[in-house]
Design a protein around this ligand. Structure first.
Ligand code: DX5
Ligand code: ZN
Length: 224
């Protein structure tokens, strides 16, 4: 099974509820990029916006916390209506953060930046419900896919399978109809796409095309 998680970062922030509606026919996940102007040089949204969006949709909010102190906000995001919260391994306290996320009833995700090697997340694989491999440097949408990340995606897939882990393997950054098949072949099963969805005139159609391109690369050629 393959899932698209459209990133709201590329949507019109003045019309977020409409953006959610624009892809509702194609997916039940939505990627919400939380940036704190410290872990990354950009500032986006916080719990009040998540809470407002929650009133408009029942989709799974896949919140990506690009924050130095995510532990201070996990509960606030949960209360605001987040379903999953993904923290970065680079900020430390990983075991504590993942345990806290699970205790709050969140799908607990662990992300790693392009320059961070697989080995950094290896000790925590069993404590996470989702592993997020960044395929761009976090902070901004619209960047080019870093192809050198493909072996790292494959390594995570291999380790999850070896341990019989049901954790999701998500990729984020530069995903479009061209790169989706590449990451799916490497083992990714949740594809975040921002500009390739919300930067298009018909976001639902763009999401469907990425989904189809990815499904064709699944073992056995997808559901068709
Ligand atoms: C980057 C964010 C991504 C971003 C991806 O820091 O984590 O989720 O929205 O955007 P695209 O798909 O345009 O690379
Ligand atoms: Zn993201």
């Amino acid at each position: 099974m393959l899932r698209i998680s459209p990133s709201l970062l590329a949507a019109d922030f003045g019309a977020l509820a409409e953006a959610v509606g624009a892809v509702a026919s194609e997916t039940d996940w939505l990627h919400v990029d939380i940036m704190d102007a410290h872990f990354v040089p950009n500032l986006t949204i916080g719990p009040p916006v998540v809470e407002s969006l929650r009133r408009h949709t029942g989709v799974f909010f896949d919140c990506h916390l690009m924050m130095t102190n995510p532990g201070d906000y996990l509960e606030a995001f949960r209360k605001a209506g987040a379903n999953g919260c993904t923290v970065h391994v680079e900020v430390g306290d990983t075991s504590e953060l993942l345990a806290e996320a699970r205790k709050l009833g969140l799908h607990a995700g662990l992300a790693l930046n392009p320059e961070t090697p697989y080995e950094a997340i290896d000790p925590f694989l069993d404590q996470a419900d989702l592993i997020l491999v960044m395929t761009v440097h976090p902070g901004f949408g619209g960047q080019s896919f870093i192809a050198e990340m493909v072996p790292k995606i494959a390594r995570v897939r291999q380790e999850l399978d070896r341990r019989g882990s049901p954790a999701d393997l998500e990729v984020d950054g530069g995903i479009d109809v061209e790169t989706a098949p590449i990451v799916v072949r490497a083992g990714a099963r949740v594809l975040v796409a921002g500009s390739a969805v919300f930067g298009m005139p018909r976001p639902w159609e763009a999401a469907r095309q990425i989904q189809e391109a990815g499904e064709a690369a699944l073992p056995g050629g997808g559901p068709h």
